[in-house]
Design a protein around this ligand. Sequence first.
Ligand code: SAH
Length: 221
Amino acid sequence: MTILFSSPATRAYEKVRARMVSEQLQPRGVTDPAVLAAMNRVPRHCFVDDALQSQAYGDFSLPIGEGQTISQPYVVALMTQLLGLTGKETVLEIGTGSGYQTAILAALAERVYTVERIKALHARARRVFDKLHIFNLLCKIDDGTLGWPEHGPYDAIIVTAAGPSVPEPLVAQLADPGVMVIPVGERGNQKLVMIRKQDGEVMEEIVEDVKFVSLIGDHGW
Ligand code: SAH
């Protein structure tokens, strides 16, 4: 837990954030207390442009530039809950985007590695991590469909953009036991898939319908 508790950034929008948790997350089945606490604490408005800050806690995704979006709070919470983090895990995230999901993961895991293909988004997310004093993560610009082999295997992998199939390098870099969540399907219409690796076996389970931006790369679109 490295996020500054008492910075002006975390104090702003405190009530709106608490309402986001009680009205958007809890009624829809987000029950993991650690996930709810992280969603309550991480200042989501810091991850969007100034002009959009007052909308940051709404029940929707928002543009973050470069044709990309910050995911809806519920989707961030749901995907995080599926990972079942306990604070000891090494996590790989593909699609840093705004860095909001990364910050939630950093609050719940030991270490987070995050990959973004667009330089401007990577650079902006890094500035926010520094401002909020989130230090238990490493980010890089690259094609995340190749994973980040140097730091694997990963206890948990989360992909926040949707491809036509599950990138094989990510399955290979998943620890045993390990869990991955990834949206898979057509452009604009996908299923959220949870993949578990255990005793050398890989099992897939469809969670629900979702809509993500495209995963672009060697093992994506
Ligand atoms: N978790 C982010 C979601 C951003 S949208 C947030 O909440 O803000 C998904 C991101 O995935 C976009 O920033 C997009 O540029 C990135 N992306 C798409 N394909 C990628 C790839 N192959 N490697 C790394 N990032 C990728």
